[in-house]
Design a protein. Structure first.
Length: 503
């Protein structure tokens, strides 16, 4: 790696060459000192720096406070560092690549003739939106703030909730060209060291030009990339990320995105919403059970309808079978065609609702579904029962709080439809069995995807207390399987803490 030359002219010439045609790069020469005039070269990127910090902490101090003999060679630049420049973050850099990275990151670099190093002053001032409300994980009761596109703010939002010296932050740069900052956050006394090392190694092995969103990071870190099911979890809620860290999980905060990645992840965490722990355990246990039922219906209902009406109508009540047959008398398509038409129509409505502005999207989804369904029935294209099945399937997907697992279930549904249309009820159960076998083979950094529904004995079945049902908080004393077993007490034993929680 090329070192910084002691000759300022050579260094400036190289910088001019590298930043040629980069009009947003600001370069300025000026002199300091009274008895001995010393030339300083300053370089930074316009519009991503804090102009006030540059003027007050660097320029004003250098112009007004350096009117004396600074000395020669490295002593001059170090005296600026130690006595004159009043910026908190100030460090020495010795290579040209460090200059490039610092300038593009939003820092200011100072160079002086006769010195083979430069000073990197932290003057970042990226334009960003303020902390807003969560859009994809809305809660009725609980914190309303959400992550932003600025990674440093996201780290602070987590720090606000965990004021512990054991909360560690390791920074890495990912992407050969984007050099995106990724912060690895974890509790040092709770995290599993082997999982942490796997995550750090995986980040070091990410080989791509640019990391533009945490979705890139999720895809690069997943082991089973052919699976439709996510093996890492994403969230835009700081309280959810803080809770994951306290469980022993690792949070990856990527710059330029309002979503963070949480690892490891199991199936049950995708059915947990932040609000589950802010409401009473009885109602939230009922709601969570409904989510699992909705997930099953979202995958199984269309295929089950095909299997029963086409291959096994005798399994239906006689009155219901006759009613379905009556409504299908003038339908020109087979049952499979009906189901696929309506399912694809609802998929299109879902995508249209996402792309349209918020005030219009909900109207399009509701009105579009009603109009298309009613018109299709009146035109004799589909039967009313198929519209009901497709609508119920679509509603079930909205009950699940995580969009990533919903996408996996949406794709799995078509496997169930395919096998059910070929083999009937046998194909229906075969498809469900194949999906279950596939999920059983998934792991997230060593943790089985179906845990705690499999291998729950590893943690004395404690994780089942926060799975399909959520027991009261004072009963969930042990941390989940993600945590180091030596530090597994989330709620300490003893009458004082326990009684306070029970009041």
């Amino acid at each position: 790696m090329e070192k910084i030359s002691q000759s300022l002219e050579e260094t400036v010439k190289e910088l001019e060459k590298v930043f040629q045609d980069c009009d947003d790069i600001v370069k300025r020469r000026f002199f300091v000192g009274e008895e001995r005039r010393l030339e300083i070269f300053m370089i930074y990127t316009d519009n991503i720096v804090d102009g006030g910090a540059i003027e007050d902490s660097i320029m004003t101090n250098l112009m007004n406070r350096s009117r004396f003999y600074l000395g020669e060679g490295a002593g001059s630049l170090r005296k600026l560092q130690e006595e004159i420049i009043s910026i908190g973050e100030l460090e020495e850099i010795t290579t040209m690549q460090e200059i490039y990275d610092a300038v593009l990151l939003g820092d200011t670099v100072l160079l002086m003739d006769g010195n083979d190093f430069g000073l990197q002053a932290s003057t970042k001032g990226f334009p960003s939106r303020g902390v807003g409300e969560a859009n994809t994980e809305v809660v009725v009761q609980g914190p309303k703030d959400s992550f932003t596109e600025l990674g440093s703010i996201n780290i602070v939002l987590i720090r606000r909730r965990i004021r512990d010296t054991n909360l560690k932050v390791k920074r890495k740069k990912v992407g050969k060209r984007s050099k995106t900052d990724v912060a690895v956050m974890y509790m040092d006394d709770i995290v599993r060291k082997e999982v942490l090392q796997q995550v750090l190694d995986a980040l070091d092995n990410v080989d791509m030009d640019g990391l533009l969103d945490s979705g890139y990071l999720q895809q690069m870190l997943e082991r089973k990339w052919l699976s439709p099911f996510p093996q890492l979890q994403m969230t835009e809620r700081p309280d959810k990320a803080a809770s994951a860290i306290l469980e022993g999980r690792i949070v990856l905060v990527s710059d330029n995105t309002p979503f963070v990645v949480m690892v490891p992840a199991t199936l049950n965490v995708f059915f947990q919403a932040a609000e589950d722990y802010y409401e009473r355990w009885q109602i939230m246990s009922f709601v969570r059970m409904m989510r699992y039922v909705a997930a099953f219906l979202a995958v199984a209902l269309p295929g089950l309808y095909i299997a029963l009406t086409v291959f096994h109508p005798s399994m239906l009540p006689t009155a219901l079978a006759l009613k379905i047959a009556e409504t299908r008398q003038n339908i020109p398509f087979p049952v499979v065609g009906e189901v696929l038409i309506m399912e694809l129509a609802f998929e299109l409505l879902r995508e249209a609702g996402i792309r349209l502005p918020s005030p219009v999207s909900s109207t399009i989804g509701i009105v579009g579904g009603i109009i298309i369904g009613q018109a299709a029935v009146e035109a004799g294209i589909v039967s009313p029962s198929v519209v009901i099945v497709s609508a119920l399937t679509g509603i079930c997907t909205f009950v699940i709080p995580n969009i990533a697992i919903v996408s996996g279930l949406r794709l799995s549904k078509y496997l169930v439809i395919l096998l059910s249309s070929i083999l009937g009820i046998y194909g229906f159960w075969l498809a469900l069995l194949l999906i279950l076998i596939h999920m059983a083979g998934l792991k997230s950094f060593g943790i089985p995807f179906l845990y705690p529904f499999c291998s729950g004995s590893v943690n004395d079945y404690q994780d089942l207390k926060d799975s399909i049902f959520r027991l009261p908080l004072f009963m969930m004393k042990k941390r989940p399987i993600f945590a180091r077993q030596a530090e597994d007490r989330a709620i300490r034993k003893g009458g004082k803490e326990k009684n306070v929680l029970r009041k």
